[in-house]
Ligand binder design. Structure first.
Ligand SMILES: C=C1C[C@]23C[C@@]1(O)CC[C@H]2[C@@]12CC[C@H](O)[C@@](C)(C(=O)O1)[C@H]2[C@@H]3C(=O)O
Ligand SMILES: O=C(O)CCC(=O)C(=O)O
Ligand SMILES: [Fe+2]
Length: 327
């Protein structure tokens, strides 16, 4: 069979992909059960080894999750003219296929919102997003506080206070990856349709929940891609670039991407916990050992965010903030 060569579709295929992981050596995604005290001992290792883990018994009420998903499904199913009332994203609002301002595209439509409740949310999202974000933020802060405890940092709120701050620059996003029937043929030919191209998240921590459609993949240390089995009852946590810097590279900001599907639509919702714009992002002094040097130049979240939003999705955004250490 011949692959579809519709030029409009072509741009959504992955150009060069590192191999998928060898099925014989698939590692387990770290699983953290927040109701089990012993689970906390695995958190630091998960952030160091993967920068990614799954959370169960998270305490986020199911009714908040379901209400938000219902509204999201309704919104994306509404006429284009309705959705476009909320676009284009500048930076907040409705977007379709175009991601960011620098030419990235994906087989996705989305709503990007300020995590602080705002009156320009689509009507039905107002209270619903607030309930959901408040609850997810509480869970993210609990995780960040356990991490601080486990790393024996004196201030257990050293990370979480950045999300709790009135000025916290946090973002909320709902993504919809519609099925692409034209893609089925290409899938059989081993081609991959990109929903959201490979990238790391710039913030401190991202909390992701999706419906039961697969698509999310994380990049492992050897560069192979591992597919994350979806689980609508759990949350997935990504370490962001800022947490990598604050831990002087001990935690890894995980590279990830989403592949779209020929038949099933994927709906995901992600809270990106970020610090206030004026916050200095630097390795925590209390974490540095002996003569340990900072791996990064000094910058504020404002400076990093500005540089991130001028970059392409797959760029190594932290690269220009790394120090050249003389050997
Ligand atoms: C191509 C881009 C989209 C993005 C801004 C950027 O220039 C590079 C980072 C991208 C990202 C990834 C994580 C989040 O989804 C996001 C909202 C963010 O903070 O950084 C997106 C940005 C976006 O979609 O505008
Ligand atoms: O939609 C997803 O599952 C992940 C999307 C993502 O990584 C992002 O929006 O930054
Ligand atoms: Fe992401």
């Amino acid at each position: 069979m011949v692959a579809v060569s519709n030029p409009l579709i072509e741009q959504f295929f992955v150009k060069q992909s590192k191999p998928n992981i060898n099925p014989l050596i698939i590692p387990d995604i770290p699983l953290i059960d927040l109701s089990k005290p012993e689970s906390k001992h695995h958190l630091v290792k998960a952030c160091q080894d993967f920068g990614f883990f799954k959370v169960v018994n998270h305490g986020v009420p199911l009714k908040f999750i379901n209400k938000l998903e219902t509204e999201a499904v309704k919104f994306f199913a509404s006429p284009v003219s309705n959705k476009e009332r909320f676009g284009p994203p500048d930076p907040f609002g409705y977007g379709n296929k175009s991601i960011g301002r620098n030419g990235d595209v994906g087989w996705v439509e989305y709503l990007l919102l300020n995590a602080k409740p705002e009156s320009d949310y689509p009507e039905n999202f107002r209270g619903v997003v607030n309930d959901y974000v408040t609850s997810v933020k509480t869970m993210a802060c609990e995780i960040l506080e356990i991490l601080a405890d486990e790393m024996k940092l004196q201030q257990r709120n050293v990370f979480s206070k950045l999300l709790m701050d009135e000025q916290s620059d946090s973002v909320f996003r709902v993504n919809h990856y519609p099925p692409c029937p034209e893609f089925q043929e290409n899938e059989r030919n081993g081609r991959k349709l990109v929903g959201f191209g490979e990238h790391t998240d710039p913030q401190i921590i991202s909390v992701l929940r999706s419906n039961n459609t697969s698509g999310l993949e994380i990049s492992l240390r050897d560069g192979s891609w591992m597919s994350v089995p979806p689980d609508s009852e759990s949350f997935f946590i990504n370490v962001g670039d800022s947490l990598q810097v604050m831990t002087n590279g001990r935690f890894k900001s995980v590279k990830h991407r989403v592949l779209a599907n020929g038949t099933k639509s994927r709906v995901s919702m992600i809270y990106f916990g970020g610090p206030p714009l004026s916050e200095k992002i630097a390795p925590l002094p209390s974490l540095m050992q002996g003569e340990e040097d900072s791996l990064y130049k000094e910058f504020t979240w404002f400076e990093y965010k500005k540089s991130a939003f001028n970059s392409r999705l797959s760029d190594n955004r932290l690269g220009s903030f790394e120090k050249v250490i003389a050997s």
